[in-house]
Design a binder for this molecule. Structure first.
Ligand code: SAH
Length: 205
């Protein structure tokens, strides 16, 4: 599947019905999601691989990974309502995803997810709750040797320090994330958030 086709397919997916601010529920825009997945595909990390999406929301990344030929896609999401939307989205475009309704902070989360080849995620940036992205990074490193994540621009120093001795970080690409007015505290109709896609490569113990 071509990048443009992937992007157009992901564009068809429904978003959060009632987005919850505390969970930082923002759907990754199709162009950014397609970009992350295509970069991962080109690195040999999607096709024929076991992929997990942490905080899968309405399923954009998980569904895209399936469409690009992942052999198994597991998607972990705390909000059952979002999973219901994601299941409909997967059916709409013929993607196969196994959803796991769980909190990435659960002690046995790595066992529940099982070993994967590749992680993908757009974790909460910690705008509502500081450090909300840490358990996502921990979970990703526990289950997969390589993870592609979307972070706020300027996160490299934090992610590098937080994963010191556990992962090497490579910046894949920057981008921007248009956030439409979703919550009462949003003051503009659309706000562009600068983000970067990072590749976290686990350092073997
Ligand atoms: N991956 C989706 C959603 C990103 S928004 C996309 O790219 O469009 C972040 C998601 O993480 C939300 O769906 C939110 O419900 C979920 N989330 C937040 N905290 C979580 C936690 N502790 N465990 C699992 N999922 C969580």
């Amino acid at each position: 599947m071509k990048l443009k086709t992937l992007e157009m397919t992901l564009q068809k997916l429904s978003g959060f019905e009632k987005p919850r601010a505390a969970l930082e529920q923002y759907q990754t825009p199709a162009p950014l999601a397609a970009r992350l997945l295509y970069d991962a595909l080109m690195q040999g990390d999607i096709s024929g691989k076991v992929v997990c999406d942490l905080g899968s929301g309405t399923g954009v990344l998980a569904i895209g990974a399936s469409l690009l030929g992942a052999s198994v896609v597991k998607a972990v999401e705390i909000d059952a309502g979002a999973v219901a939307v994601a299941e409909k989205n997967a059916a709409l475009v013929g993607a196969e995803v196994s959803f796991i309704i769980a909190d990435v902070r659960e002690a046995d989360i790595a066992d529940r997810v099982g070993p994967c080849d590749t992680g993908v995620m757009n974790p909460p940036f910690g705008a509502q709750k500081a450090h909300a992205d840490r358990p996502f990074i921990d979970c990703a490193l526990a289950v997969a040797p390589v993870t592609y994540g979307i972070f706020n621009a300027g996160s490299i120093p934090f992610v590098t320090a937080y994963t010191e001795g556990r992962a090497r970080i490579a910046a894949i690409t920057g981008g921007s994330f248009p956030i439409r007015r979703t919550f009462a505290f949003h003051t503009r109709d659309v706000q562009e958030i600068e983000v970067e896609i990072l590749r976290l490569e686990r350092i073997p113990k």
